[in-house]
Write a protein that binds this ligand. Structure first.
Ligand code: DLL
Length: 445
């Protein structure tokens, strides 16, 4: 019999100990690591050194955590301007891995890892899997893309390190994914939420009853998704759908993860220090207020990121989480500060549209927002797929659904928009991040 009294936290793994560290201990660790990373960046990254010098700042001016606010922000433009290796703090022989993110315009951004950094990332991902109840004995189908995208290898290393059996299937080849899911007794899947919805629909077409499979956990991220999407996924399968957050510039997946309470994402803040700022002024916001997430890497070597402006909009949740983790939580990321659509003077986000659409019975979570410009005026049309029942029913039910949707969207957006109901499968499926907005405004002038 054990002489220890053991506290049983759900989803605990030995690597998860920092998740439950007392807050003062965590703050001390963060300050120590911040001092190290600022010194390292100052000594090795000329852009950072020049910026500190121009503010007459030295690394030892950082005496407490709040002093982080004195430091300059880093932006995506900095990564582009110094492409490819300008922000590296390690010499190439120490770099064991490069990843890149394509972005929507221009050159990709390149990110680097030493072997210690790969260790940090793996540690973060092990804790993410543990938090979602994935452990040794699980069979993990990793359908995030392998390659320059961080999703595939990030999830792979974490799943393998926790002792699960990993199936490195990558994205795509949907019929084979379903065969593997069934034949290999998969218990957990990692992919984008939009791709999982596609897998569910294809399984149905192939007469595979997903409810009867051992699949019980989904770890979904890399794109915004809504609570309504979670309800759709959880009711069309027997899984619990967890939100995972991350970005290449910081590490990849594993910056934040939900726990069994599925109410906000814990930031692995011994590695990634979060702040929320007003995106217009750059001023820090009080806990609980919504703004732009700014992250500082505390333990990476090859590419320390100091006060990186993610453009992701969220807020810190002030209340402690009932799971016992002391790591602070952010609310799910529903939008980015740079993906706002302005239509006739009204600000609109794709996530608001998704939530409104899915609240109306008869629609499927496949939709696209088409922006056009006619005679100098911006127009928005939302194309949304309807269920086969609605589609094959009388014209009357399509018209009624259209009216309901126009009303639901008007309530949600404060704007009357055109809706086009399309047949199931009319909207192209993606294997990774879904493309929700098609902007033809500059083509139609
Ligand atoms: O998407 C890393 C990742 C892979 C995260 C797999 C989760 C799972 P990037 O391609 O650099 O990296 O894109 C990062 O995607 O700034 C967010 O805008 C968005 N994003 C990532 N996760 C979420 C999420 C990966 N859970 C950008 N919810 C980020 C909403 C997300 N948006």
């Amino acid at each position: 019999m054990s002489t220890h009294t053991s506290v049983h936290y759900q989803g605990f793994h030995p690597a998860s100990a920092p998740d439950f560290a007392p807050v003062p201990q965590m703050r001390k660790l963060q300050l120590d690591r911040l001092n190290y990373v600022v010194t390292r960046a100052y000594e090795n990254v000329s852009l950072f050194q020049a910026r500190l010098n121009s503010r007459a700042l030295r690394p030892d001016d950082i005496r407490m955590l709040e002093d982080i606010r004195k430091l300059p922000f880093t932006t995506k433009a900095d990564l582009r301007d110094t492409y490819p290796f300008g922000l590296f703090a390690s010499k190439m022989p120490e770099v064991v891995r490069l990843h890149a993110s394509s972005g929507t315009t221009g050159k990709p951004i390149v990110v680097a890892y030493t072997s210690e950094d790969v260790g940090v990332w793996t540690n973060a991902m092990v804790r993410c899997f543990a938090s979602c109840g994935v452990n040794q004995g699980d069979v993990v189908q990793n359908a995030y893309g392998y390659g320059l995208f961080t999703g595939g290898l990030g999830a792979h290393y974490g799943a393998e390190a926790i002792g699960a059996t990993v199936i490195p299937i990558s994205g795509g080849n949907t019929d084979r994914q379903i065969m593997v899911m069934k034949d290999f007794c998969v218990t957990a899947i990692c992919c984008t939420p939009s791709y999982f919805v596609h897998l569910l629909e294809r399984a149905m077409e192939l007469d595979v009853d997903v409810h009867s499979l051992p699949l019980r956990v989904g770890i979904f991220g890399a794109e915004p998704w809504s609570e309504s999407m979670r309800r759709f996924i959880e009711s069309h399968s027997s899984i619990r759908a967890y939100d995972i957050y991350g970005l290449s510039e910081i590490v990849g997946p594993g910056v934040g993860i939900e726990c069994s309470h599925q109410n906000g994402l814990h930031i692995l803040e011994d590695h990634f220090y979060p702040e929320i700022i007003n995106p217009e002024t750059g001023e820090p916001l009080e806990e609980g207020m919504e703004g732009e997430l700014v992250l500082t890497t505390l333990s990476k070597h090859a590419m320390p990121m100091i006060r990186y402006r993610t453009r992701d909009i969220t807020s810190l949740i002030p209340e402690p989480c009932p799971c016992g983790r002391t790591l602070r939580r952010i609310r799910r990321i529903a939008r980015r500060s740079d993906d706002m659509i302005i239509i006739r003077g009204v600000n609109v986000f794709a996530s608001q549209i998704e939530a409104a659409l899915l609240a109306v019975e008869g629609t499927l979570p496949h939709y696209q927002i088409i922006l056009t410009r006619s005679k100098g005026l911006d127009e928005m049309e939302i194309q949304v797929e309807v269920t086969p029942d609605v589609f094959s029913d009388k014209i009357g039910s399509m018209e009624a659904l259209n009216r309901n949707l126009v009303y639901a969207l008007e309530q949600a957006l404060g704007l009357r928009v055109a809706i086009r109901l399309v047949e199931p499968r009319a909207i192209q499926r993606s294997e990774g991040k879904a493309k929700r907005v098609i902007d033809r405004r500059n083509m139609d002038q």
